[in-house]
Ligand binder design. Sequence first.
Ligand SMILES: Cc1cc2nc3c(=O)[nH]c(=O)nc-3n(C[C@H](O)[C@H](O)[C@H](O)COP(=O)(O)OP(=O)(O)OC[C@H]3O[C@@H](n4cnc5c(N)ncnc54)[C@H](O)[C@@H]3O)c2cc1C
Length: 594
Amino acid sequence: MPADPIDYAAYDEGRDCNYWALDRTLQFEARRIYPDDEYRWAEPLLEDFGEVLGHEMAHTAERIDEEGHELRSFDRFGNRLNEVRYHPLLERQEEIAYETFGMTHDAFHAPPGRDEPVGFAHTLLMQALLCNVDAGFCCPVSMTTGAAIVLDKFDDGTLGEYFQGLTSRDIDEHIEGAMFLTEEQGGSDVGANEVRAEPTDEDGVYRLYGEKWFCSNIDAQGALALARTPDAPDGVAGLSLFLVPRTTPDGAVNDAHFRRLKDKLGTISVPTGEIEYQGAEGYLVGEEGEGFRYMAEMMNFERLTNATGAVGVMGRALLEAKVRAANREAFGATIDEYPLMRRDLVDMAVDYEAAAVFSFEAARVYDERERTEAVSGDDAYQLMRLFVPVAKYRTARMAVETTSYAMEVLGGNGYVKGHTTERLLRDAQVLPIWEGPSNILALDVLRAFEREQAHEALIPYVQERLAEVEHPALQEPTASVEERFHELQTAIGTLATEDGDYAQYHAKRLSDLIFDVVTATLLLSEAQWQLDEEGDGRKALVARRFVETRFGDDETYGVASGERFAMEDDVFDAIVRYAGVEPAALLEAAPADD
Ligand SMILES: Cc1cc2nc3c(=O)[nH]c(=O)nc-3n(C[C@H](O)[C@H](O)[C@H](O)COP(=O)(O)OP(=O)(O)OC[C@H]3O[C@@H](n4cnc5c(N)ncnc54)[C@H](O)[C@@H]3O)c2cc1C
């Protein structure tokens, strides 16, 4: 029985609704990437989370953004405080995320109703839902999980109390994580970090000196910072990792000066500031000189949450646009009845599907790598190393584009505070910058080929999936993807033989090509599955449109092609409003032939 379309005209705006119930793209991805038993356990929880987000946090997030937090570096007597006075509503947000929904706990300890923890795919899906309301707050939630991952993997138990705090479900015991790499002279170039760590008489305890330039969640009790020990070599090889809490175990404020909070464009709900370490106590994580390797582990997870978070931001922007377009009348009709707006909404929705399928595939391979403990040389590891930087790079840029256009769909109101699209765009704009800008990620993609031979896993991965697509309605787009896949292999081969400068020069275009080929493959594979299992052709329409817009090369940009795809009621209802599609209808006319 094909699904009914969603009636977006029934909403006033994209809140006071359930983000899970309304988002059939996320539901599809969750069913695809969760193990069956985990999905059965998680589904009611995701439904509840979507409800709280839509009815409560959608409102609190606006208030926190408007009013912000305040830093108190000193008390009135001049004693060091290093205290962030949080907006009072933040406490409630933390309670919802960490206590009620176990957002960090459940990946490390068995949640109620299960004997074992749930996989990171679940954590990442929760991050996407959370980003429907607050991309800023997603940052500390994600770094708390990231810091716990690092301690879980590399600490020998010395810092067990911090691990317990980071993963506790009890909000009174819970602490948050943070990651402090960036210094003024070294953001992307982490090897230029200068903060020093001097050993003390106590084993594993050091004193840190120097300045960190961008510290999000500045007052985190579970903050991890990179620093250089005496006589350590230059570059990243000389970096060690330390846990540097705001207060030391005796309750004293650590020897650091929280200089100021950055006056940021967006993500106001997370306080980002500058820290000057003045002999702060830091506790060595693992071994000296391994800091960059440990931090890379956290960075992988943060880049992935950036991608699934970008999906959440796009999902909310799209929802706001759909609701507005279904309600706003101009020239005597609602604007979603006009051909040009139909095309906009269809293409925004297809972009959303693309960002979601790629990001959650990256989440699935990350999860698989964790479950199987895959190491360098294993397929899951190679794919994870490749997909994470591609996902972060592409989806961050797509989130900026989607939030920007959603604002335009809302017209003048969209540009005005309180109408959400304004905040979404401000928040989205940081997604390409933090956790590594686009160029840095594209260079990381080159490293995944050079050091991890990622092509060894990528090529059979795409071949196997394309070989399974057999429905007649998918033949033409599959042939286009096969052709482009062939060109991707040529491109990988060319970059392997050319000089390094040439490879760097083309690194972003290579990443774009990987994203498009893998996404098209995944969408076709999803379309085949949906036709087989559900007798529904909706994903087939999504896949066709993605392939046509990415790989079509009409010389008139389609203007003379006769294409009327997004104008058709059935297509619009399917792609934008999630109506099901009878498979037989797919064969009636190919999209470009209408
Ligand atoms: C709101 C916010 C919060 C942040 N929070 C944190 C945090 O909690 N912890 C933390 O450690 N950092 C944090 N950062 C810092 C962020 O991670 C850095 O800004 C980012 O990594 C870029 O570093 P940079 O600012 O030094 O820019 P640069 O490294 O100077 O880069 C500037 C530009 O040069 C490009 N570039 C650099 N090298 C190359 C190259 N080899 N080839 C081509 N192009 C290149 C980059 O792509 C970029 O576009 C935060 C930043 C922001 C805006």
